[in-house]
Design a protein around this ligand. Structure first.
Ligand SMILES: NC(=O)C1=CN([C@@H]2O[C@H](COP(=O)(O)OP(=O)(O)OC[C@H]3O[C@@H](n4cnc5c(N)ncnc54)[C@H](OP(=O)(O)O)[C@@H]3O)[C@@H](O)[C@H]2O)[C@@H](O)CC1
Ligand SMILES: Nc1ncnc2c1ncn2[C@@H]1O[C@H](COP(=O)(O)OP(=O)(O)O)[C@@H](O)[C@H]1O
Length: 500
């Protein structure tokens, strides 16, 4: 099963269809009820202060207030003038059951917050466009000041002041403990500083036909069952030559660890034979790894490479610590048109146009910015658009790494789940490259290898964090790949092989 990532345009398109079908009112009722339930479950006692803006986000807050009142909670409702017809309707419905609605100002908010245990932020949702008007900025300032005095904050759909499409925080914005969002997450809830302001994000489905969501989703977010099913299992008759032959091309004096880590990642992701080809001496981090030092790596790749007597690789990973020769060497390998992962020094603007359908490019935001010729914050502010632009230039499949990573192929985006900041350490990306090459060598197509490989890497990071604690290294993560594999396939550790 997949959860859709939506933008405000997508939400508006769905709203339009709901409205034409006469179903927007029940959708708002379900949204508001879900908010009331979240409050009840998380903070079952104390007065609830609800803030309602003029749009549909405010309408959700007014519905929530009605349900909380019906459940016997003490509520205070402060509202801006209603502009959305359903918000006006729900104001009347609230009053009809005895709810009082008073005007919202920084002063009324400050006073009401003093005897509230929970604040529900229904000021601005997906309809907000920065810059924030001063009157609202003052209200948000008063809200955040009240939160520092022990008030719990639940945001409806999106903390007010965040732009749903952006990963940065454009100005004054609410800090929430919990965000209850509808149908699917928005980019602001997944990426960067914006996501950090959302607190715990709960997604509530609304009764919207799946086809409508499919029509407008900007990215998928496949779950572990979907991705685990993509992972290969060795047949009973497998031998090392059929289990995937990987070449790692990387390393340069001073950066010889990178290809070694990629090799370790490839082995632990199930490749049968892994060889590191380098112009430098690469440390054998594990004796199963083979290493060949070449006085002239380019000559090896052009003359010996694929045409040599040795068995040809099923997949190549190139670029890790490879140094300034990387683009020229990568071009040689790209000419072979075999499954290829390109990372680090092989991620250069002059390789745009050289990609093919069997490539996977793995930039982090800095490398992505270099390829696109833009400042790095432009990439991190909107990783979905950046991933799309990178794929457009480089071809094949792009993994824009981060927390979380975005995988792109022509016309398709997928946002990864899991991983954690403990993975922000040198060498983690090298291990990922090895994993991706191993999956390609075992027969996965680049799109499946990238989506499943990114999740496998992140899952191994989650398991390694439990085992090793703080200060995680890339080798720790590589060692837990076998456990992560079993976990994602929902198989016991021995059951990852056919016939066991
Ligand atoms: N399909 C779904 O998922 C469903 C979603 N639903 C809900 O609908 C919400 C979207 O509602 P929406 O479109 O009415 O917009 P919303 O977020 O309330 O913002 C409009 C308000 O913002 C204000 N405003 C704007 N810019 C501003 C600025 N710069 N500075 C200051 N103010 C500014 C603007 O003020 P105005 O300009 O009108 O004075 C107006 O009052 C969505 O988040 C979800 O909660 C559910 O109800 C049902 C199904
Ligand atoms: N905060 C985070 N949350 C989840 N994953 C992260 C986080 N920080 C880094 N990672 C993951 O760790 C890896 C880091 O890769 P990269 O920056 O290329 O490292 P290196 O070049 O040192 O090998 C990526 O796969 C990235 O997705």
């Amino acid at each position: 099963m997949s959860a859709a990532v939506l933008t405000p345009d997508a939400v508006r398109a769905i709203d339009g269809r709901l409205e034409r079908a006469g179903l927007l009112d029940p959708a708002m009722e379900i949204a508001g009820l879900a908010v009331a339930r979240a409050v009840q479950e998380r903070w079952p006692s104390g007065r609830v202060l609800l803030l309602a803006g003029g749009g549909a986000n405010g309408g959700d807050a007014l519905v929530a207030a009605r349900h909380l009142l019906a459940a016997g909670r003490e509520v205070t409702v402060l509202a801006r003038p209603a502009t959305h017809p359903l918000t006006r309707l729900n104001r009347r419905r609230l009053r009809a059951v005895g709810g009082e609605v008073r005007p919202l100002t920084p002063a009324t908010l400050g006073r009401a917050a003093r005897d509230a245990a929970v604040l529900v932020d229904g000021l601005l949702g997906t309809g907000f466009r920065p810059p924030l008007r001063d009157d609202l900025a003052r209200v948000i300032g008063a809200l955040n000041a009240a939160r520092t005095r022990d008030l719990n904050v639940l945001a409806i759909d999106l903390p007010s002041g965040l732009d749903a499409t952006r990963a940065d925080v454009p100005g004054a914005a609410v800090h929430a403990d919990v965000t209850v969002t509808f149908i699917g997450p928005k980019p602001a809830q997944l990426f960067g500083d914006a996501a950090a302001q959302c607190g715990e994000v709960r997604t509530v489905p609304l009764p919207v036909p799946a086809a409508w969501i499919q029509d407008v989703q900007v990215a998928a977010r496949p779950d572990d069952a979907t991705l685990g099913a993509l992972l290969p299992v060795r047949t009973a008759s497998a031998h090392k030559g059929t289990a995937g032959r990987v070449w790692i091309v990387g390393g340069h004096p001073g950066t010889v660890g990178a290809p070694a880590l990629a090799g370790l990642g490839a082995l632990r992701a199930g490749a049968g034979l892994v060889t590191v080809h380098s112009a430098a001496d690469v440390p054998l981090v594990t004796p199963e790894l083979m290493a060949q030092r070449h006085a002239d790596l380019r000559t090896f790749l052009t003359s010996t490479g694929l045409t040599g007597t040795g068995a040809r690789p099923d997949a190549v990973a190139i670029g890790m610590g490879l140094g300034p020769e990387a683009p020229a060497l990568a071009r040689e390998v790209l000419d072979w048109e075999i499954p290829t992962v390109l990372d680090a020094d092989a991620l250069q603007p002059d390789l745009c146009g050289y990609g093919h359908d069997r490539c996977v490019w793995t930039p982090h935001p800095g490398e992505a910015a270099r390829v696109l010729g833009v400042p790095t914050p432009e990439v991190t502010r909107d990783p979905l658009s950046a991933a799309r632009a990178l794929q457009d230039r480089l071809g094949g499949v792009v993994v824009l790494k981060g927390g979380p990573s975005v995988v792109a192929r022509a016309g398709d985006l997928s946002v990864a789940r899991g991983g954690h900041p403990g993975m922000a350490s040198a060498g983690m990306g090298d291990t990922l490259c090895g994993i991706l090459a191993a999956l390609l060598a075992q027969g996965l197509d680049p799109w499946d290898a990238a989506r499943a490989g990114v999740r496998l890497h992140a899952r191994a990071g989650e398991i390694a964090a439990v085992r090793f604690g703080y200060g995680l290294g890339a080798t720790d993560v590589a060692h837990d790949l076998g456990r992560a594999w079993a976990d994602l396939r929902a198989a016991p550790l021995t059951g990852v092989y056919a016939g066991v």
